[in-house]
Design a protein around this ligand. Structure first.
Ligand code: NDP
Length: 259
């Protein structure tokens, strides 16, 4: 098996994707800022599955760190054939409650870093006519989201880019899949500043392991996108069926119960 590069592998969905790909005998490049967590995961997966691992501690919202990551892999002679753009952040609350520095960081991580990593590794995948890119979008990527507005906008970017690249690359041997989880057990909500878990989130909550398994399966099957969980699929269907004005009011209600 080849190498898989996973961003945001130190917790939540990213750590579970690492386990899922290790089980399928991919060698792993684990990227996030918390090095010790990555190292512990790498050690346990290489012991369990006999795979090779590389741990790279990096803040990939920074261009210099992304350059360094690329240079390190080049030096090691590693070209990923499976890229997982998973690292992502968001800030819950009305737009004006978060400052521009935090918004910039969100855009730099959720959108710019994801785009840059695709630009770094897609050409080699196309040349080899073999490769997988799994972008962790969100159900947020399929709709606007009052009280989490910029995060939804950033995931709309991820979604649109992923689906267009799926079409561009399907005849080139490269699969680009957008995974759209709804509320998932991880550290995301704690970092995003949600103080309570609303009713919708409680009912829809999925384990990071289940989301990861479904996302990897969908990618290996060449799917354009996967919406995880029946409640999230209903939510997405309503976005199409309901007038936008009503849909926005419902979304605002659901979100305000989680802030
Ligand atoms: P977690 O907070 O558990 O994981 C986020 C990961 O991203 C961590 O490994 C974190 O590691 C890493 N990360 C954050 N900032 C950076 C950075 N600047 N550079 C490198 N790595 C970074 O949340 P999830 O597992 O839930 O999030 C994974 C993805 O799933 C995100 O894209 C999120 O938007 C998406 N998602 C989550 C949902 C949920 O309800 N949980 C729902 C829908 C989508 P470290 O801090 O060590 O850098």
């Amino acid at each position: 098996m080849g190498w898989a590069l996973i961003t945001g592998a130190s917790s939540g969905i990213g750590a579970e994707i690492a386990k899922s790909l290790a089980q399928r005998r991919y060698h792993l490049i684990l990227v996030a800022r918390r090095e010790q967590r990555l190292q512990e995961l790498a050690d346990s997966l290489s012991a369990q599955f006999g795979i090779s691992t590389q741990v790279i501690a990096a803040d990939i919202s920074q261009p210099a760190a992304r350059q360094q990551l690329k240079a390190t892999l080049k030096e090691l002679g590693i070209t990923p054939e499976f890229l997982v753009n998973n690292a992502g952040i968001g800030h819950v609350g009305q737009f004006e409650q978060t400052d521009m520095t935090d918004y910039q960081r969100t855009i730099d991580l959720n959108c710019t870093a994801l785009t840059a990593l695709i630009a770094d590794y897609l050409p080699a995948m196309q040349q080899n006519r073999q490769g997988y890119i799994l972008n962790i979008s969100s159900v947020s990527g399929l709709m606007p989201g009052p009280n989490l507005a910029l995060y939804h906008a950033s995931k709309n970017f991820v979604q649109a880019l992923s689906e267009a690249l799926w079409q561009e690359n399907k005849a080139k041997g490269v699969v680009v899949t957008a995974s759209c989880p709804g509320p998932t057990e991880s550290e995301f909500h704690q970092h995003a500043g949600s103080e309570k878990i609303g009713v919708f989130n409680r009912i829809a909550l999925m384990s990071a392991r289940k989301v990861a398994e479904q996302a990897v399966d969908a990618t290996l099957k060449g799917k354009r996108r996967v919406v995880h969980g029946w409640l999230n699929r209903i939510m997405v269907a309503n976005e199409v069926l309901l007038p936008r004005r009503i849909f926005l009011a419902i979304t605002a209600l659901v979100m305000s119960s989680s802030t």
